[in-house]
Design a protein around this ligand. Structure first.
Ligand SMILES: Cc1cc2nc3c(=O)[nH]c(=O)nc-3n(C[C@H](O)[C@H](O)[C@H](O)COP(=O)(O)OP(=O)(O)OC[C@H]3O[C@@H](n4cnc5c(N)ncnc54)[C@H](O)[C@@H]3O)c2cc1C
Length: 387
């Protein structure tokens, strides 16, 4: 097999973004390998399509603002429409502790320049999202520049633009091992079809990144977590440009998409089989109950079990991405553990990863806090569960 400068493992939105950013910087012979038979085999195809900069940590706000700038330039830079629709994100608080968490996060957001993120009272919640009941709501947070994106359009846009720059994508190419040179660096990637010699590897294998890293004897604390999504029958009860609406207390959230309302409620997943992506009927019943209690406009709109689905988040211990060389293997780069925010951050992460591979360090943003060795050094990022 033809040698590569860099092999990217995984052709999801992050692998495609990394590949395009490498090629756009002039890197030649970039190869992307994916185990799936074609594009869309991973979590990217399962994503809801939310975009937000309302986070609780400075680094996540910065990644979002960098990504937002790139989404606004996406048509010019990539030649495709990423579907960015600033419909807003509306967080709902039902007690003082939740309100406090939102306000604390907002101070971080304002310090990072996200001036448009604001406090809202129950009346404003009702105006922004008329479908919800205001019973028990004490306030919330809203940012009008948050909103929606199209995960597959971003993934396909990066992939097609990368191909135009000479990047090779190979499907049905599950990575099964890595070769090392005498100094211990990775110098080859093994698949069932053979070995590709390379100078560097980027692990972009999403929820499977821990398994891929283990093949290189790299201990990567990224694990899969099932996220189930419910969908209603077709309805116009929620406007297509109404904000993503989330309840701080239990993470229940919903938005309109493609003529239905899609809803989710985070649960711990299937501990016995972390890669399980079945939708559990009792979960659907619980979501239907929450829907009816919180969204009167949807009481007469049943869920459609044939339109529901589940996919995998890629969780890191502090719910922030690990970005940089593996501590024990300097030419094995990690872009893993976005913890459910990988689509929205992919434009930024691809650029930053390309800088790290080609320049030895990220120059567009200081990403030292995301260093993969932070856990070993006792420097996990502190962030509240909310946001
Ligand atoms: C229900 C749900 C809703 C979500 N909503 C949002 C959202 O609103 N906004 C947001 O930003 N994020 C969201 N996410 C998270 C988002 O989908 C992920 O963060 C993102 O898709 C990760 O991208 P990726 O490229 O790393 O992974 P993936 O898209 O999973 O790509 C990884 C690829 O690696 C390949 N692979 C795995 N093992 C191997 C191997 N051994 N060899 C070769 N290839 C391999 C897989 O086939 C796959 O194609 C959501 C996720 C889910 C499940």
């Amino acid at each position: 097999m033809r040698p590569a400068s860099t092999v990217v493992v995984g052709a999801g939105v992050i692998g495609a973004s990394v590949a395009w950013h490498l090629a756009s910087r002039g890197a030649r012979d970039v190869v992307v390998l994916d185990a799936a038979p074609g594009p869309g085999g991973g979590s990217t195809a399962a994503a809801t399509g939310g975009f937000r900069a309302q986070y609780a940590t400075a680094i996540n706000v910065r990644l979002s603002l960098m990504a937002r700038g790139k989404l606004l330039r996406f048509v010019d830079e990539i030649g495709a429409d990423p579907g960015y629709l600033p419909a807003g994100y509306l967080w709902i608080a039902t007690d003082a502790a939740e309100l406090h968490a939102l306000r604390t996060a907002r101070a971080v957001q304002h310090a990072e320049g996200l001036a448009e993120a604001v406090d809202v009272g129950p009346g404003e919640v009702a105006r922004l999202q008329p479908a919800v009941s205001t019973d028990g709501i004490v306030g919330g947070a809203y940012c009008p520049t948050d909103g929606f994106i199209k995960p597959r359009a971003i993934q396909d846009g990066y992939r097609e633009a990368a191909v135009r720059l000479g990047v090779r994508f190979a499907w049905d190419e599950r990575v099964v091992g890595f070769e090392r040179d005498a100094s211990g660096r990775v110098d080859g990637v093994r698949t069932a079809r053979g070995t590709i010699a390379c100078d560097a590897v980027v692990n972009a294998a999403g929820a499977w990144a821990g398994e891929v890293a283990a093949l290189a004897e790299v201990d990567l604390p990224v694990v899969p977590l099932r996220r189930q999504m419910a969908a209603t029958r077709p309805t116009r009860a929620v406007a297509s440009d109404a904000p993503m609406t989330l309840y701080c207390g239990d993470g229940f959230h919903f938005r309109e998409r493609d003529g239905r309302v899609i809803l989710s409620w985070p649960t711990p997943g299937n501990a016995a089989d972390p890669f399980d992506t079945r939708v559990e009927p009792p979960w659907l019943e619980a979501v239907a109950e929450k829907k009816d209690a919180r969204i009167p406009a949807l009481r007469d709109v049943p869920l459609d079990s044939s339109a529901c689905w589940a996919g995998l988040y890629e969780m890191s211990p502090d719910r922030h991405v690990l970005l940089g060389p593996a501590p024990s293997l300097p030419n094995f780069y990690l872009v893993n553990g976005s913890s459910g925010h990988g689509v929205m951050h992919a434009p930024a992460l691809g650029q930053l990863a390309a800088e790290i591979v080609l320049d030895g360090t990220a120059t567009s943003l200081d990403v030292a806090v995301l260093a993969p060795n932070r856990f070993a050094l006792g420097r996990a990022i502190a962030a509240p569960e909310v946001l």
